[in-house]
Design a protein around this ligand. Structure first.
Ligand SMILES: Cc1cc2nc3c(=O)[nH]c(=O)nc-3n(C[C@H](O)[C@H](O)[C@H](O)COP(=O)(O)O)c2cc1C
Length: 162
C-alpha cells in the first residue's frame, strides 16, 4: 500500500560534495553541495545546483569555474563549518589547506582525496537553484587511492555522505 507523502520529498541519499571557487579579487571560498550529479560521459560533465543568495553563486556566475572536492568522513566538521557561514562575510578557507587548480582559477581542497576541476559550459535556473553544468577538465586523486591502471579505488575512500 502506497501513501501520498507530498512533493516536498526529494531523492535520497544525497551526495555531499564540497565546491570551491575564487572570486575576482582572488579570495577563495567553498560550500557543501547536496544537489550534485554526473550528467554526461563525453564530454565529462558534472552539475551542481546553487541558490542565488549563496556567495559562491555570484562567484561561479562571474568566474565560470569551480572545483568539486570529494571529502572523507573525517572532513565532516569542516564541511559543517563551510555550510553554516557565508564567504561573503568571512574568509572560510583561511585555515583550510588549499592548492591552486592546474586548469581553472580556483583552489583544490588538499584534504579532500579527489578533486574535479570544472569549467561552466551552461547554466539554467529552472526553480530555486541555478544549475551549473561544468565540463570536467582535470581530475586529481591522492596517490594512495589510485590503482595500477590509474583508476580511483572508490571502495578504499570513506566518502563523506550527507
Ligand atoms: C550538507 C549540506 C548540503 C548543502 N547543499 C546545498 C546545495 O545543494 N545548494 C545550495 O545552494 N546550498 C547548499 N547548502 C547550503 C550552503 O552550503 C550554505 O548556505 C553555505 O554556507 C553557503 O556558503 P557561501 O555563501 O559562502 O557560498 C548545503 C549545506 C549543507 C550543510
Amino acid at each position: 500500500m502506497k501513501v501520498d507523502v507530498g512533493t516536498s520529498n526529494y531523492i535520497q541519499p544525497e551526495p555531499c560534495v564540497i565546491v570551491s571557487c575564487r572570486d575576482k579579487n582572488g579570495k577563495d571560498n567553498a560550500l557543501p553541495i547536496g544537489f550534485a550529479a554526473n550528467v554526461s560521459f563525453e564530454p565529462r560533465i558534472i552539475m551542481i545546483a546553487i541558490i542565488d543568495i549563496r556567495y559562491s553563486h555570484s562567484i561561479i556566475t562571474e568566474s565560470g569555474e569551480f572545483v568539486v572536492n570529494i571529502a572523507r568522513e573525517d572532513y565532516r566538521d569542516t564541511m559543517n563549518y563551510l555550510g553554516s557561514t557565508s564567504g561573503r562575510y568571512v574568509d572560510k578557507l583561511e585555515n583550510i589547506p588549499t592548492v591552486d587548480g592546474d586548469v581553472v582559477d580556483a583552489p583544490l581542497l588538499v584534504d579532500c582525496p579527489v578533486n574535479f576541476e570544472c569549467t561552466v559550459i551552461e547554466s539554467v535556473t529552472p526553480g530555486t537553484h541555478t544549475v551549473f553544468f561544468g565540463r570536467v577538465d582535470k581530475v586529481h586523486c591522492d596517490e594512495e587511492y589510485v590503482d595500477e591502471d590509474g583508476l580511483i579505488m572508490w571502495d578504499k575512500i570513506d566518502v563523506l555522505q550527507n
